[in-house]
Write a protein that binds this ligand. Sequence first.
Ligand SMILES: Cc1cc2nc3c(=O)[nH]c(=O)nc-3n(C[C@H](O)[C@H](O)[C@H](O)COP(=O)(O)OP(=O)(O)OC[C@H]3O[C@@H](n4cnc5c(N)ncnc54)[C@H](O)[C@@H]3O)c2cc1C
Ligand code: SF4
Length: 326
Amino acid sequence: MMRLPKFEYSTPRELAEAVKIMASVGPEGQFVAGGTDLYPNMKRRQQTPKTVISVMHLPELNQITGDGKSGVSIGASVTLTDICENPLINRDYPVVAHAARSISTPILRNMGTIGGNLLLDTRCNYYDQNYEWRKGINFCLKKDGDVCWVAPGSSKCWAVQSADLVPVMVAIGAKLRFASTLGDRMIAAAGLYNDDGIDYLHKRPDELLVDLELPPINGWRASYQKLRRRGAFDFPVLGVAAWVQLDQAGLVANAKVILGGIAPSPVKVNEAAQALIGQPLDREHIEAAAEAAYVKARPLDNTDFVMNWRKQMTRQYTLRALKELV
Ligand SMILES: Cc1cc2nc3c(=O)[nH]c(=O)nc-3n(C[C@H](O)[C@H](O)[C@H](O)COP(=O)(O)OP(=O)(O)OC[C@H]3O[C@@H](n4cnc5c(N)ncnc54)[C@H](O)[C@@H]3O)c2cc1C
Ligand code: SF4
């Protein structure tokens, strides 16, 4: 049985208190929400904070406000179950509820939060193993070692961004609010992710995710398709989020295709958007966009399934995601 290492646990009731505790403990501290990612990582000694600060009792992080007309704000500690069941999200942002429903299992969704999902650690077959297993291969660059077993010549870690809501939030243009003792800042979801499996977030460790803002629904539509081995539950080894806005004439005015699960950060396929913009959302242009996504996708051999097959599936899953929007 894997045991948690010893750590101090703190449960602040106010945002100001939470960021103050984090500032006082420095790099030894880490926030936790549902703990469905952090605690397994601690058991495997991938992350070893000395102080764990819960964000589950902070009122600002536990509410959903607004509507599709004005935009919706979702607190970072709202659970995935609450996202799946919320009538407003299901009515105005069905793509968000759909992606949340595809995450892990009902029990894990009762604990796991939307904030924890957006800040999920990157994943790799050589990393998501217990301590002894990792010791057996002399560890790797991401934790305790000095070589990347996926690309031994590389000085970079290629662990994969594997959270289902990440490509969706990037595609729909969500914004994220962070707080620290230095003040608040708001950034676009698209600007949060860094293409490096170790340093995968443009965020300081002391910054607390407060909430996310979904943009108003003004004619856009979005969809999400997920490739995984088991339909019941599994991390995505490819996720395709598609977003389009049509003009009065029914032509595509704006489009985004974002790939998750194939690189350390979500991949924006500009060529797919170019294939769609100014065109009807028909079979010919959808196929051109899917081809562009296939060309751009470069999965590596560090998750489930053979990488070439995952690349081929990018075409199919992009086709499916865009067809859903017709
Ligand atoms: C068996 C299993 C299957 C899973 N399947 C999937 C899946 O299919 N798809 C998927 O996307 N995920 C999956 N997950 C991962 C995880 O359950 C979810 O991503 C979940 O949403 C994580 O949320 P959490 O609240 O538990 O995060 P936590 O574990 O609490 O935190 C995750 C990270 O975010 C940080 N953090 C959390 N909240 C904040 C905050 N407010 N401010 C700053 N930092 C914060 C933590 O420090 C930690 O680094 C799975 C996990 C397991 C164990
Ligand atoms: S990509 Fe390389 S460095 Fe990163 S976790 Fe995997 S083996 Fe380790």
